[in-house]
Design a protein around this ligand. Structure first.
Ligand SMILES: C[S@@+](CC[C@H](N)C(=O)[O-])C[C@H]1O[C@@H](n2cnc3c(N)ncnc32)[C@H](O)[C@@H]1O
Length: 292
């Protein structure tokens, strides 16, 4: 007879706890749901799991114990209300970025309601990765125009897949040179750029260091190099009164605000996450685009 789900879960949780993982029970449950295709309720009531699903589950638990992120094993990640496909080569969206997306979404909703910038405000996401923020914008702001920019070709593949069927446009390019045709036209520019200093690489959990792509994590100049580029590109792309929203590291709030000041943004605010840590900055473009 095949094993019962409760027995499998207990054994797998013990193995993951022994491997030193933080949430062994939750990981085991999600992986068993993925291996069997059953919901939590169905798992609780199932009398046994078939042999093929058991073998799949055993393999997932072994990979998880070796540090492979749960989302790479299930192939999916949830962000606000959207389901994203993820896998090797793309950054797994983090819960704290949901607040960053929320600031861009609130601004787009506000502009739409006010009829500002036309009925379809343009939102640009720089450093789009899996497209989590862009997908959430499309999901929560009907009619918003979204352009998602990503440099890494592998990440851009995941981005295209996740934004398929949405009105968002994907541009595979370095953000520094992106979108010369929409200068001064965006209502919102949002980014979760790489911001970890290279010097902190060895202190990161092995799961992050070994699986998230380096281009998604690290930036030069104390982790501020990409934030600086985002600030300058946002200044080029935004309309007067347009909002820039940028995620940063816990200790980078003052430096990120200083970058906004340097570029001439007004109404500069550092926002905290649910744990009370400085997490993202916003600023407003105060005069029209003055470039070529
Ligand atoms: C921290 S990840 C964020 C991904 C996604 N926005 C999210 O929040 O889950 C940063 C992303 O920026 C991309 N990236 C890094 N440098 C870039 C550049 N110069 N131009 C465009 N994308 C870049 C990386 O490839 C990576 O996908």
């Amino acid at each position: 007879m095949n094993p019962r789900p409760v027995i499998l879960l207990a054994q797998a949780s013990a193995a993951l706890a022994e491997a030193g993982l933080d949430s062994p029970k939750a990981d085991a449950r999600v992986l068993l749901m993925s291996a069997t295709g059953l919901s939590v309720t169905e798992l609780l009531t199932a009398s046994e799991i078939d042999a093929r699903a058991c073998a799949r589950f055993d393999q997932m638990i072994a990979q998880r114990a070796a540090g492979v992120p749960v989302q790479y094993l299930t192939g999916e990640a949830w962000f606000r209300n959207v389901r994203l496909e993820v896998g090797s080569g793309v950054f797994i969206p983090r819960p704290e970025t949901e607040l960053v997306a929320g600031a861009a979404i609130d601004e787009a909703l506000r502009l739409k309601a006010a009829g500002r910038f036309g009925s379809e405000p343009l939102a640009v996401e720089l450093c789009a990765g899996s497209g989590a923020i862009s997908a959430a914008l499309c999901d929560e702001v009907p009619g918003v125009r979204v352009v998602a920019v990503e440099k890494d070709p592998v990440a851009a593949g995941w981005l295209r897949r996740n934004l398929e069927g949405t009105p968002a446009e994907v541009i595979e390019a370095d953000m520094a040179d992106a979108l010369p045709g929409v200068c001064g036209q965006a209502a919102v520019v949002v980014a979760n750029p790489p911001y970890i200093p290279w010097s902190q690489r060895d202190g990161l959990p092995i799961e992050v260091r070994s699986h998230d792509p380096a281009l998604a994590l690290f930036a030069a100049d104390d982790g501020l190099a990409a934030i600086r580029v985002v600030v300058d590109v946002a200044h080029r792309l935004l309309q007067t009164d347009g909002l820039v929203v940028i995620e940063h590291g816990d200790d980078q709030g003052p430096a990120a605000l200083e970058e906004l000041r340097r570029a001439g943004f007004a109404h500069r605010i550092c926002h905290r996450d649910l744990a009370g840590r400085p997490r993202f900055v916003t600023g407003r473009r105060v005069s029209g685009w003055d470039g070529e």
